[in-house]
Design a protein. Structure first.
Length: 143
């Protein structure tokens, strides 16, 4: 007559937020070292560039230029991580833009959050969206 009701199961746990840009590369297109492409890249996912690209990048996800990667053109993405070389008019990120210690960038930067690692080479201007200032940091993780 009186039944003890079982408690409802807990809701499924959400995955923890990604701590690093590279944690978010689940559906990335990867252009490996030794590959040279001439033309623009556009899409909804993320892209990693380890080779050479002569053209513009316009993607909805994360754009990562690896240490040996080179882009000759503009980059527009939600987040941008540069470890290699970029030579273009501008690099625009809707969220965060990070230049690692080995990055070599000749372009204007625009983002809500910009982080420049100690030792990176940068020639251009920075435009901050949302009024936050630039952040300088020393990389502590090993490769």
């Amino acid at each position: 007559m009186f039944r003890k009701q079982e408690p409802a199961p807990p809701p499924p746990a959400e995955p923890p937020p990604a701590r690093r840009f590279t944690d978010q590369l689940d559906h990335a297109t990867i252009l490996l070292a030794g590959l040279r492409i001439e033309g623009d890249i556009e899409g909804d996912d993320s892209v990693e560039i380890g080779g050479e690209l002569k053209g513009n990048v316009r993607i909805a996800g994360l754009c990562r230029v690896r240490e040996k990667g080179r882009v000759e053109g503009s980059i527009r993405a939600r987040q941008v991580l540069i470890e290699g070389e970029v030579d273009g008019k501008d690099v625009k990120a809707r969220d965060r833009l990070e230049l690692r210690a080995q990055a070599r960038v000749r372009a204007d930067l625009e983002a809500s959050s910009v982080a420049l690692a100690d030792g990176c080479q940068f020639h251009g201007q920075i435009k901050m969206l949302g009024g936050a200032g630039a952040t300088t940091f020393t990389e502590k993780r090993s490769r």
